[in-house]
Every structure is written in C-alpha cells, then in structure tokens.
Write a protein that binds this ligand. Structure first.
Ligand SMILES: C[S@@+](CC[C@H](N)C(=O)[O-])C[C@H]1O[C@@H](n2cnc3c(N)ncnc32)[C@H](O)[C@@H]1O
Length: 274
C-alpha cells in the first residue's frame, strides 16, 4: 500500500463532498487502484503529488477527474432481469392505461453509468409497445460521470459488453456494427436525453415523473443522503408514478411514504395512498 492515511482521508472527504460517495477506512486499496492510474495519466509521479496539486494547484478540473475515477460503473444490459419483466408485464401497461388521454410519459434513469440500463429500457419500450410510437416520451437519463455520459451518448459497446445480457435478437434489431464493436442505432439513441446530474446537489428542474429508475447508486451514500434523495424523488414523482431501486436497495427505514409493490425481486415502489 503506497497511499498515506492523510492522502486517503483527503481524497475520501473530497469525493464525499462532491458526490456523496462514502469511502470508509478499509477502502484504501480501492482509492489507490483508481487514483494511481489517474495520477500517472495526469503527469504526476505519485498520489501524494496529485493530492498536493489538488490542495494548492489551479482549479483545472482535477477534482472532477478524481470523482469520475472513484465512481463504480458496474452495469449490464437487462441487469437483474426481474425489474424489466415487471416493467414489461405490469408497470408500462398500467401507465399506458392511465395516460391514454395525454399520451405522454416522463421517465428518468438517475444513474445511467455507460448506458446499458437506459438502452435496455428503451428497447423494452420499443419492442413491446408499438402504440407508444405516437406518444410523447420524455426520457431523461443522467449520471455524475462525464466519461460515462460520453459513452452513453456514443452508445458503442464491445462484444464482451454485448454478451453480458443482451439477447441476439435485440442486438440484430437495435445495433449496428462499428468496427469490432456495436453501436446503438441512431433512432434509439435519439430517444434518450443524456444529462449531467449530481444527485447530492440541487437538481435541475425536471417534469413530474411517471417512472424513475434509480438503481444501484443509493448503496454508495450515507443514510442522510439516501433519505434526502428519496424525499426529492417522492416530490418529483406523480402520485401514481413508480420508482425502481436496485436489488440491494430499499426505502425501508429511509422513507415510509413509499410502499413496496409485490412483484418478484423487482424493487418496485409507489407512494402510499392517503
Ligand atoms: C453501479 S452504477 C449503476 C448503473 C445502473 N443504474 C445499473 O444499475 O446498472 C452507479 C452509477 O452511479 C453514478 N453516481 C455515483 N454518485 C453519483 C452522484 N452523486 N450523482 C449521480 N450519479 C452518481 C456513478 O457514476 C455510476 O455510473
């Protein structure tokens, strides 16, 4: 281990202040494995030198790069499968019925990572609900990582990433070859508005949502931040809208105004009535 306690503490505080991501003692190995390559890339000899520059140097976006490096971007197409089954069988049909007169749906994916989740959802919509072609679908997908947002917008995936969860039929239908990789077709890419949004800062104005997917990101935050974010989602959701969290996440003991829906392992919630 080459990272000093002081440098570790400085980086954890900076990352928590800027992104709410908690890096407890014991995560030194993680910080070192992510920050050392960044230090080298930015022309520093060591983490110590990078930290010195963070403290005294010009504000040239280095702290943003540190936060970017400390985000965990693990994701895949159709991750955990059950939520997408629930969306297809129950939630989208229900929303279609409820919004039949306005023919408009507002959807937000709050931690898009490299884009597999929003593109999965977009494919579920396109492939199963042709009637939505004439609807106004406002689909926002956001993340704190500029690098990830860039990947989302390009929509280019390696064969390995494609093999992780994407059925061949959907690959043929919605992707085109891009050298040795695969790119999401323009039509599907244009369906999603990818934006920068830091969940721990003031959120930009967004329309009231019918559906929010905030999966596998609350786990990185402390209890107070989880509560704050869930309260904001409660205010952002329409009273009959739905929230999806990750398999290891819950609203329990964080926000009792949410009620878990009884769909197998799908992490689906709605706001309690009355
Ligand atoms: C593990 S990925 C989850 C990706 C996807 N939702 C899924 O379930 O497969 C977590 C994502 O949360 C993002 N993230 C971390 N802190 C954030 C913050 N404060 N605001 C917005 N996004 C954040 C990271 O950049 C990363 O892309």
């Amino acid at each position: 281990m080459t990272i000093s306690t002081n440098d570790f503490q400085y980086i954890s505080k900076l990352v928590q202040d800027l992104s709410a991501i908690v890096l407890e003692t014991g995560k030194e190995y993680l910080v070192e494995s992510r920050i050392l390559p960044l230090a080298k890339k930015e022309g520093y000899e060591s983490i110590e030198e990078l930290v010195k520059n963070l403290k005294t140097g010009p504000k040239n976006g280095l702290s943003t790069k540190v936060v970017d490096a400390m985000t965990t971007n693990e994701t895949s197409f159709f991750r955990d499968i059950h939520p997408f089954e629930t969306l297809k069988k129950h939630i989208i049909p229900d929303l279609i019925k409820k919004r039949e007169t306005t023919k408009e749906l507002n959807i937000w994916t709050g931690a898009s990572s490299s884009g597999q989740e929003p593109y999965t959802f977009a494919m579920v919509l396109r492939d199963n609900f042709p009637q939505l072609k004439t609807w106004k679908i406002n689909y926002i997908s956001s993340d704190i990582s500029h690098e990830m947002l860039d990947r989302c917008r390009k929509g280019i995936y390696s064969q390995l990433e494609i093999n992780r969860g994407l059925p061949a039929t959907l690959m043929v239908k919605y992707f085109e070859r891009h050298g040795t990789e695969w790119q999401v077709k323009e039509d599907l890419r244009n369906m999603i508005d990818f934006r920068y949004l830091n969940l721990c800062e003031k959120w930009p104005l967004m329309p009231k949502m019918d559906l929010v997917l905030l999966r596998n990101v609350l786990i990185y935050f402390d209890v107070d931040m989880k509560k704050k974010i869930l309260k904001q989602i409660q205010d952002l959701l329409k009273p009959d809208g739905y929230l999806f969290l990750g398999a290891a996440e819950t609203t329990l003991n964080l926000n009792e105004d949410f009620q878990r829906m009884d769909y197998k392992q799908s992490g689906c919630y709605r706001i309690r009535e009355g």
